[in-house]
Design a protein. Structure first.
Length: 332
């Protein structure tokens, strides 16, 4: 699909399917920041933002838009799981935001390696996590190659309970012994976040606390006039206030029927009606939603996201005095 800027009001219903989407090498990007010649660290990236960068667009790439089991689901012979429409092939949820100063990855799903290869994204400069469920976390080991190119451990921005899950599930990455060889385990650096805004890669992220069923909390993120809010069935008033004035909202909408931990279509549309962003894309989609008919039934300004979809956003980069690019270490 052709990338849309916030000023482009053409409907995604009129654009080609993912099979016709240009690759990232064919689509204009904020800068070629995904090569091994990337910035040394998020701190260096933040310091390197110039006044001209602050006015630049960024590109959001949907790596995955599916529910926790993906679509098609294993062993399912329903019409959607057997569909020939490539938009009905949904890997587990994640996006990258290609900023002027680096590539920001939101979540590391089990399909991460395949997703990054498919979209030709060879590097993420930093990772932020919405929560610690397996479908958003268990591709973390695929980050192992990135320190070769960054020259530093991969920065992980997450809440304390996410860090605890990572340390338990990927305990081999934190053993106090000499590695057998470089790259034998992920090299990670935790940056603890809460509900307060924080900065990475020269951009300000505003956490959006939300509920994910009766026993679990997650966070979404606002970046400039864009927000990413998946895996929720409740957004508190304080969080809704953080979502006012959006241009683009990405919101989880699992299916038509109610679900105990996710918005269904009607519930998600109620959020859209309250916030009134210019455009909304639903994600974390199950196999009840056949892309073509389901999208056609949605109101104006609301679409279903699909794997490989690309959008232009205004990330509101922070202007600062340019700093020296410190380069990278080894070459993977």
């Amino acid at each position: 699909m052709e990338s849309h800027s916030p000023r482009d009001v053409s409907s995604p219903r009129d654009v080609p399917s993912p099979r016709d989407v240009p690759s990232p090498r064919d689509v204009s990007s904020p800068r070629d920041v995904s090569s091994s010649a990337g910035l040394a660290s998020p701190a260096a990236a933040s310091a390197a933002v110039s006044a001209s960068d602050a006015d630049r667009d960024a590109e959001v790439v949907f790596l995955g838009t599916g529910t926790s089991v993906g679509v098609p689901a294993i062993g399912c012979d329903c019409d959607v799981c057997q569909s020939d429409d490539p938009r009905n092939r949904r890997t587990r949820c994640a996006i990258v935001v290609r900023l002027p100063t680096g590539t920001l990855l939101i979540d590391t799903p089990p399909d991460l390696r395949t997703q990054l290869i498919r979209e030709r994204i060879p590097l993420a400069h930093a990772v932020v996590y919405t929560h610690e469920h397996a479908d958003h976390l268990f591709g973390l080991d695929d980050l192992r190659l990135f320190p070769f190119r960054l020259g530093t451990p991969v920065p992980l921005y997450c809440q304390r309970q996410v860090e605890a899950r990572i340390r338990k599930s990927f305990d081999y990455a934190f053993r106090q012994r000499e590695p057998t060889h470089p790259g034998s385990a992920p090299r990670l650096e935790f940056q603890t976040i809460g509900e307060d805004p924080f900065e990475t890669l020269g951009c300000r992220l505003i956490p959006i606390p939300m509920t994910h069923g009766p026993h679990f909390n997650v966070i979404g993120f606002r970046i400039g006039d864009f927000a990413y809010c998946t895996d929720t069935n409740g957004i508190p008033d304080k969080s809704m206030d953080r979502l006012r004035g959006l241009d683009t909202l990405v919101l989880g909408a699992l299916r038509y029927r109610p679900h105990p931990t996710h918005f269904n279509i009607d519930e998600a549309l109620s959020v859209v009606e309250a916030l009134k962003p210019r455009r909304t894309y639903f994600t974390h989609i199950g196999h009840e939603l056949d892309h073509g008919p389901a999208e056609a039934s949605l109101p104006s300004g609301v679409w279903l996201a699909y794997d490989g979809l690309r959008l232009r956003i205004r990330p509101g980069m922070l202007a600062a005095t340019p700093a020296v690019d410190h380069g990278v270490g080894g070459s993977g």
